[in-house]
Ligand binder design. Sequence first.
Ligand SMILES: NC(=O)c1ccc[n+]([C@@H]2O[C@H](COP(=O)([O-])OP(=O)(O)OC[C@H]3O[C@@H](n4cnc5c(N)ncnc54)[C@H](O)[C@@H]3O)[C@@H](O)[C@H]2O)c1
Length: 208
Amino acid sequence: MADKVRVGIIGCGFIGVYHARAVQACARAELVAAADSGAAALERFSAQFPGVHTSARVEDLASMSELDGVAIGIPNAFHAPVALRMLKSGKHVLLEKPMAMNAREAEKIAGLARQKRLRLQIGHCWRYDTEVNYLKQVVQGRLPGQDCETKGYGIHMNWGPPAGSPGKPRPGRCFGRHGDPCHRHGFLPAGDPARFPCMPSSAPITAV
Ligand SMILES: NC(=O)c1ccc[n+]([C@@H]2O[C@H](COP(=O)([O-])OP(=O)(O)OC[C@H]3O[C@@H](n4cnc5c(N)ncnc54)[C@H](O)[C@@H]3O)[C@@H](O)[C@H]2O)c1
């Protein structure tokens, strides 16, 4: 391996740009190449990261012997085929979450990484957070604590469609309620933080 880890980005959308910035910020890594099937995403990426080799074909990165690893941030359905292709070509892989569409695919990816003795990491970045590690220790019984149920509320500003307009994305607010059996998301029109019309209970929101 060269002095620096030579990294390629697969998927130049929202999360791919974060990975590219992280690679550039790391003194021991070098951003070498990027691939995206979308021409507009590639164009934006090239403008932001000049000098990086870009391609519309993921396959081009698989055949680049000068690449040590790739960060994959593409739609979930493509995670398994693209990760398997990259591992087969000898690349270390950072694969975005969710790892795959089902356990069978995930086991196949993990099995190939083990067999080829390559690094495979999944983009579960919260595992490094102080709060998450504290809770992990509580759950594992290393710190005193007792089970409790919590609810958390959060709003993503300027993301998602407004309420009542499915399929017409515009800047709006996405409201997430964590702690339910499933993690539900609904949408609030910008400027209306008082009620949350998409949830069955329509509970008033007093503190967010
Ligand atoms: N770890 C995190 O916190 C985090 C945050 C956001 C997204 N993600 C994950 O990252 C992945 C991508 O999400 P995003 O928000 O960046 O999406 P995005 O739509 O912004 O970007 C995806 C990019 O992939 C490209 N693409 C689609 N199919 C492709 C293919 N077959 N080959 C090559 N390029 C292809 C698209 O053109 C697009 O530019 C998802 O799996 C998502 O779950 C993780």
